[in-house]
Design a protein around this ligand. Sequence first.
Ligand SMILES: [Zn+2]
Length: 155
Amino acid sequence: MSDGNVKRRDKSFNEAKHRQRFSEPTTCKICHASYVKGRWSWKESPPEAEKVVCPACEKIEGDVACGEINIQGSFTDIMRRDVTNLIKNVEGCEIDEHPLERVISVDDNGDEILVKTTGRHLAQRIARALFKAYKGHLSYSYDRTHEKVEIRWDV
Ligand SMILES: [Zn+2]
C-alpha cells in the first residue's frame, strides 16, 4: 500500500513540475520543440524563447520509459527488419502531432526485442500496428497510476 502512495506522490510532483516549469515561449535546446499555449509542437520559436530540455529529451537522456513493448517470437531476418521499420514509421507519424511521444531505444537481443518509448500512447500505437500487420497476441499491464504501460507481443 505504501508503494502506491509513493507513486501517487511522485506523479503529482511530476505533473506539478511539468505544469510550472515552462514559461512561454520556451524551446528545447536538444530537439528544438517549442512550448506555446500549454503544449509542445514543432513550430519555430522566437529567438527570445527560454532554452530548456523538454520532457521527452529528458526521458531519453535518463532512459526513463513510459511505454515498453516486449516482443517475443521467432523471426526471420526479413520480418525482424520489417518490424523495426514499422516501429520507425509509427514513430514518424506520431511525432508530428505529439512531439513528446518518441522511441527511446529498440534493443534486439536475438530472442526478444525490447522497445522503449517516452509515452504510453506511442507504445500502444506501435503495438496496435504490429498486431494489425502480424496478428499474434498482445497483453497490456499498467502501473497503478496508468502513467506507464508494459505491452507484451507474442507472435
Ligand atoms: Zn527536446
